[in-house]
Design a protein around this ligand. Sequence first.
Ligand code: 3PG
Length: 306
Amino acid sequence: MKILIATQKPFSIDAVYGIQDILEGCGHEVALLEKYPAQEDLVAAVADVDALIVRSDKVTAEVIAAAPKLKIVVRAGAGYDNVDLAAASARGIVVMNTPGQNANAVAELAIALMIFMFRGQFTPATGCEAEGKTIGIQAFGNVGRLVGKKAEALGMKVKAIDPFIPADKIREAGAEPAATLEELYSTSNVISIHIPATPQTIGSIGYDLVSKMPKGGLLINTARKEVIDEAGLAKALEERPDLKYVTDVMPDNYEALKEQFGLRVFATPKKMGAQTAEANLNAGLAAARQIANYFATGDTKFQVNK
Ligand code: 3PG
C-alpha cells in the first residue's frame, strides 16, 4: 500500500523516520509531502495513495474525490475537524485520530501561556502568580486533565466541566466539578478551553461567558479558534479592561485585537501546542501503527466515523 504523510507543518525528522520504519517494515511504501504551499498540492499528491497521515491539513471533499484508492486517513493528533467525515464515510474511508498522543505538549503550552500572560508577556510590568488562583477547565479530556494536574502542582485550585464526564469522575480525577459553564466562568480566575470544534461548540464562547469572569480573568485557548465568538470576545475585552486573552490558534481579528488591547491579548504565530519532539513522535508513530494494524488485521479501534 502507498501511504502519504502530508504535513504542511512537518513532523520532526525522527518522527518521519519512525513512521517510515514502521510502515516500510510492513512492506508499505511511504511518500512525503511537507510544507506544501497550496491546497492543490495536496489534491495532486493523493492521486495514487491508499492511506493518508495528516496533522491539521485540510482533508476536504475535493481531496477525497481526488484519491480513488484512499482507504484510511489518520489525523496524527486529537481534533479531526479538518477532515470531511461525511465525504470520507460516503466512500467507506476509515478516519482515525490518535487521542492523547500530543496531550502533554498542549497542556504544557497552556500552562506556559498562562504564566506568560500573568507576567505581562515578560515585560517589566508587575505581574501576578498562579499559586492560590482557580483555573476552570472547559472539557476534561486528555489535555484538560493534564492541565489540571500541572495547575494543581502550581498551587492552583482546579475546577472542571465536561458534558461527557459525570461529576463524580471529575472529582475522582482531582478537580471540583462545576454544575454549569456559567458557574465555571464566574468562579475561575483562569479558564482553559479544551473543547473540539463541532457544530454545537463553534462560536459558543463569547460575550456572555467571558464577561462573567472575575476581575483580572484570563482566557486561554489552545483548542480551536472557531469555538470563540470573536466579536463577543472583543466586546467583553472592551468593557472589561481587566480581562485578558491568550491563544495558540490565531483569531481572524488578531490584528484588530492587538491594536485595541495591546499586551492584554497574545496569539502564537503558528499553532504550536503539539509541536514538540515528543508529541511528533508519539502522534506520528501511533498513526503509523494504526495504519499498519488496519491493513494487517482490519483493526478500527480509533475510528471516528463509525
Ligand atoms: C490536535 O488537535 O491534536 C492539535 O490541535 C494539534 O494540531 P497539529 O498537529 O496541527 O499541531
